[in-house]
Design a protein around this ligand. Structure first.
Ligand SMILES: Nc1nc2c(ncn2[C@@H]2O[C@H](COP(=O)(O)OP(=O)(O)O)[C@@H](O)[C@H]2O)c(=O)[nH]1
Ligand SMILES: [Mg+2]
Length: 345
């Protein structure tokens, strides 16, 4: 059996075992074909990965430390992160020794296998949203300024609406000028109901509380709450987020069903610091990685997994409403393998 067939089988088994039947299962509904979205969105990461590995393999005819160092450099440049890179390199070295491989081309297959086996090891790859039937599910989005929270909310709202769920938005960013209008524009464009603050500079926690109450009274399935961008170093803003989380819990202790930290993929490893700081304030249930189209640092998914074992729920690939996909490891791998040539395949 080919090494890739084995890899995909491992992922499939994991998916089966983690399926939670109580949750609403979402269908892929983006206009573009999902593979195409992954393809376009991860083009830069794929190009970098393939070109770097091909260059290494082409230049090195024997397997030596130089090859391993170059592979390490490639993984680090893709933002896989120190810890994960070290472990993956050790696993590659061991496998090469175990299989007694002396053809550098075969190393490519081992790199890919070890990379993705590392990702799925004893951990959560389940990315479906934790939505319950017959309940007003609250999804809270937060993160630093400009990472793409508001745009992501529009994308997710559209996604859920197309899954035949009754959706509304709450404009909880009462701080930035124009933030409510930005969300309102999306709501109009997508024909989605929105709850807005009644006063200028209204306390965001009170807007969100009123919004969630309104959504529940009007039997919405899902309410998506926008919040202001906040630097993880600003204590008052982080306390405000805690307060928002608390008022939602006051309304229903089981909510928010998802607390999603939005991270901009282009900022590399500082996204990890953000994940750490936000996790200390609220229970982060998953990550949305945006702007992956603008970077070759797609390896950040490994670093996130490594440090926090938080599920990556959505990948965002651009500014349009359909530029979003639920994270799917199999599709991610397929794109990463594009343009590789393998001896065995
Ligand atoms: N290329 C790219 N741009 C994005 C993506 N998501 C958001 N943006 C852009 O990033 C900028 C900030 O987005 P916004 O949603 O206002 O961020 P917020 O401050 O976190 O709410 C806008 O110009 C968006 O169009 C993405 O996935 N890819
Ligand atoms: Mg915003």
């Amino acid at each position: 059996m080919g090494i890739f067939k084995k890899l995909f089988d491992k992922i499939k088994n994991l998916k089966k075992s983690k399926n939670d039947s109580k949750n609403l299962l979402l269908k892929n509904v983006t206009k573009k074909n999902s593979e195409e979205n992954f393809d376009q969105g991860l083009k830069k990461t794929n190009n970098f990965f393939v070109n770097s590995l091909n260059k290494i393999i082409y230049k090195n005819v024997v397997i030596d430390d130089k090859i391993f160092n170059k592979i390490e450099e490639t993984l680090l440049a893709m933002d896989v992160g120190n810890y994960a890179t070290n472990k993956i390199i050790t696993a590659i070295k061991n496998e090469v020794k175990y299989q007694n491989i002396n053809n550098p081309d075969l190393i490519k297959q081992i790199i890919i296998d070890k990379l993705f086996v590392y990702y799925i090891q004893d951990t959560i790859v389940q990315t479906n949203l934790n939505l319950k039937e017959n309940e007003t599910n609250v999804i809270l989005f937060f993160g630093v300024n400009g990472v793409g929270k508001t745009t992501t909310i529009a994308k997710v709202a559209n996604y859920l609406q197309k899954n035949n769920l009754k959706i509304c938005l709450v404009a909880g960013d009462t701080f930035r000028a124009g933030a409510v209008e930005q969300l309102d524009l999306w709501a109009k464009k997508l024909n989605i109901k929105i709850f807005k603050p009644t006063k200028i500079n209204q306390d965001p926690a009170s807007v969100i509380y009123d919004g969630v109450k309104w959504a529940s009274e009007n039997k919405f399935n899902v309410v998506l709450c926008d919040t202001s961008g906040r630097l993880q170093t600003k204590t008052n803003l982080m306390n405000e987020l805690k307060k928002i989380d608390n008022v939602i819990k006051k309304f229903n202790p089981d909510q928010p069903c998802e607390s999603l930290l939005v991270i901009d993929a282009t900022i590399g490893q500082s996204g990890l610091i953000q994940a750490k700081c936000f996790s200390e304030i609220v229970k982060v249930s998953g990550i949305v990685l945006t702007k992956i189209d603008s970077t070759s640092s797609g390896g950040i998914i490994f670093a996130i997994k490594d440090n926090f074992n938080l599920p990556l729920k959505f990948l965002c690939f651009g500014e349009k409403v359909d530029d979003i996909e639920m994270f799917d490891l199999e599709k991610f791998i397929k794109v990463m393998l594009k343009n590789f040539s393998f001896l065995e395949e």
